[in-house]
Design a protein around this ligand. Structure first.
Ligand code: COA
Ligand code: AMP
Length: 630
């Protein structure tokens, strides 16, 4: 069947489409129907089903003949370690940890925060939670104590499972002081912590509160899978929004299983038994969906890669991993390829490896610039597929459905909507715009299974952020256009989210931190274009009247403050002091105009600007930093 046929089939009977897809899942009690719209515009899928995620990701493969197949390859060039875990091993490890958690009184619905580097135990911890119905919330290791504390207070976990350290090129990042700092800062206190001691930096444990990973499980009775309701939350994943408070995206259990399974063949074109590699981190949605759950639910082998595309040890690392594990489909962010291209412009290192197993490269997480796509195509000699999705949606919404058919690739476009989505571009009043015109990207409700049913503890924010501006539609927060062939083009965010090295960050969160500096009266953070990371945050600081401290000292302190409060992942290294910020007459800072000036793009003078002369001052400040070149 063609993409057109399958898409038309979904359009005619969306519920029938998803009920059919649901047959790929092992149910304790199958759903009697797909959609529950009784609380529209809030929807749930497969609400009356009973199911267990871990059973579908692990046990059923052991029972079904894949016991000896490798489930997880661990490859850590940064520590010089390799390991592999079969489905049978994985089941034992997960059941034991789940048993130990249950023995400490944790029960279905309780939350567990996971703060771990890229080690297989991170997946074991996620799956152990799923096994007994615990709701995990994984926090990326590049976030600092304060961010962790915010998540602890929002998710109110009974337990935290952490690694003793992460390892970045040239430095060990001790996690335990960050964890202790976060617990001290948070109002909510977990009952206990489980710490995976890594030899690179074992942590000091607090007697009575912290348990060593091995001791904690020793002698525990392995736990069986616990059936949960289809609409019960599987996990919470916090992501950046416009304000400093992150949004707790909720993923429900059954929809997640059905949708991820569907994508593994239809989008990523892998068959069970093949090796799928998402070079990302478990702390991001890509890591949830395509390092952990998707490949395992589908019976693939997945790779936990603890390294970087360059420098661990060189720009040939990705090719080695493809060769060593016979990777069929690779998924990463365009930044990774820009980094490789920068270090090895002629892709000479590929010649040292046999990458003939690779069929396709998938890019997402940020705009895939045509130069990078063409370079990757020439280097790898396989199709390079851009596709678009978001933490909220959990899996590709707009893609080239390669497993169905490879549609023509158009550079700069992630291609066409997948079943479940019908993207439209609308103006501010919600009127649909013709092909080629730029506007807000929306898709009609209900969203398909596996997307966010709500935000944790924040239903009003969910409605306000996504549902209220364009009634009947989900607002993606992205702007773009659709061409005559129905291909989507993503151009920018419509909110204050920026994308740095494929990492989604909130400029609002950075502004909140900067505003806390004693000398800063007012500030603005924008995203400026960067050849490697796509965007970089840049801060503009207006100082308190009478402050006569050296500006470079204040700038340094501000950079330090963002690193300490948000974490190194914010990559906040550019800031400058200015006298005034450009604003509208109603006082709104003109961040988008500032970003255009920084990038040397044309811009329209905003009609509501209070004092146009301030834009010239901003331009001068930007030029002093090497930006705003016309
Ligand atoms: N724990 C602690 N610190 C971390 C971290 C982690 N898990 N991840 C990143 N950091 C730190 C980095 O060490 C860096 O610190 P520094 O300021 O001391 O150099 C800082 O956070 C910024 O990280 P990043 O923006 O990733 O830059 P980088 O120079 O370390 O690496 C790339 C650049 C392009 C190699 C890297 O970003 C990359 O591989 N990105 C592509 C893929 C990807 O993972 N995308 C995620 C979504 S799919
Ligand atoms: P995240 O929630 O971290 O996955 O980030 C989602 C955001 O990243 C989207 O809303 C887009 O702004 C951006 N994004 C993701 N994929 C793409 C893509 N293929 N092209 C352009 N932008 C993308």
């Amino acid at each position: 069947m063609s993409y057109q046929d399958i898409y038309a089939g979904w359009q005619q009977d969306p519920e029938g489409f998803w009920m059919e897809a649901a047959k790929a899942i092992d149910w304790v009690k199958p759903p009697s129907r797909a959609l529950d719209d009784s609380k529209a515009p809030l929807y749930t899928w497969f609400a009356d089903a009973e199911v267990n995620t871990c059973w579908n990701a692990v046990d059923r493969h052991v029972a079904g003949g894949r016991a000896d197949q490798v489930a997880i390859y661990y490859d850590s060039p940064i520590t010089g370690t390799k390991d592999q875990i079969t489905y049978a091993d994985l089941k034992d490890r997960v059941a034991l940890l789940a048993g130990a958690l249950a023995a400490r009184g944790l029960k279905a619905g309780d939350r567990v925060i996971i703060y771990m580097p890229m080690v297989p135990e991170a997946l074991v911890a996620m799956l152990a939670c799923a096994r007994i119905g615990l709701v995990h919330s994984v926090v990326f290791g590049g976030f600092a104590s304060n961010e962790l504390a915010v998540r602890i207070d929002d998710a109110t976990p009974r337990a935290i499972i952490a690694g003793s350290c992460g390892i970045e090129p040239g430095r060990v990042v001790p996690y335990k002081p960050l964890l202790d700092g976060a617990i001290a800062m948070a109002k909510h206190k977990p009952d206990f912590c489980v710490v995976l001691q890594r030899s690179q930096h074992p942590a000091d444990l607090i007697e009575g509160r912290d348990f060593d990973w091995n001791d904690f499980q020793s002698g525990a009775t392995p736990a069986d899978c616990v059936a949960v309701k289809g609409s019960d939350p599987a996990y919470i994943l916090y992501t950046s929004g416009t304000t400093g408070a992150p949004k707790g995206v909720v993923r429900d259990t059954a929809g997640h299983l059905v949708a991820l399974h569907w994508t593994m063949k239809n989008v990523y074109n892998v068959d069970p038994g093949e090796v799928f590699w998402a070079a990302s981190d478990v702390g991001w949605v890509v890591g949830h969906s395509y390092i952990c759950y998707g490949p395992l639910i589908h019976g693939n082998s997945t790779i936990v890669f603890e390294g970087k595309p360059v420098g661990t040890p060189d720009a040939g690392t990705f090719w080695r991993v493809i060769q060593d594990y016979k990777v069929r489909s690779l998924f990463t962010a365009p930044t990774a390829f820009r980094a490789i291209k920068r270090d090895d412009p002629k892709a000479e290192l590929i010649g040292d490896y046999d990458i003939s197993s690779l069929r396709i490269l998938y890019l997402a997480g940020e705009r895939a610039d045509p130069d990078t796509i063409i370079w990757a195509q020439n280097a790898l000699k396989v199709p390079v597929i851009d596709h678009w999705w978001q933490t909220e949606l959990g899996y590709p919404a707009v893609a080239n459905p390669v497993g169905i058919e490879l549609l023509p690739v158009k550079l700069g476009s992630p291609a066409v909507p997948m079943p479940g989505y019908a993207m439209k571009v609308v103006d501010d009043e919600g009127r649909e715009l013709p092909p080629g015109e730029l506007g807000a990207i929306v898709t009609p409700l209900p969203l398909p299974p596996g997307t966010l049913p709500t935000l944790w503890n924040a239903e009003d924010r969910f409605r306000k952020s996504y549902l209220s501006k364009f009634p009947g539609y989900y607002e993606t927060g992205d702007a773009g256009m659709i061409d005559e062939d129905g291909y989507l083009y993503i151009m920018a965010r419509t909110d204050d989210v920026i994308n740095v090295a494929g990492h989604r960050l909130s400029t609002g969160a950075m502004e909140e931190v900067l505003a806390g500096h004693a000398d800063v009266a007012e500030c603005a953070v924008i995203g400026v274009a960067d050849d490697l990371k796509g965007q970089l945050p840049m801060g503009f600081l207006c100082l308190n009247k009478g402050c006569n401290r050296p500006h470079d000292e204040i700038v340094k302190e501000c950079i330090r403050l963002v690193r300490d409060r948000i974490g190194p992942v914010a990559a906040f290294k550019l800031a400058t002091v200015v006298d005034r910020l450009p604003k509208t007459r109603s006082g709104k800072i003109l961040r988008a105009t500032m970003a255009k000036i920084a990038d040397g793009q044309d811009y329209k003078m905003p009609a509501t600007i209070d004092d146009p002369a301030i834009l010239d001052e901003i331009r001068v400040a930007l030029q002093a930093m090497g930006y705003a070149k016309s």
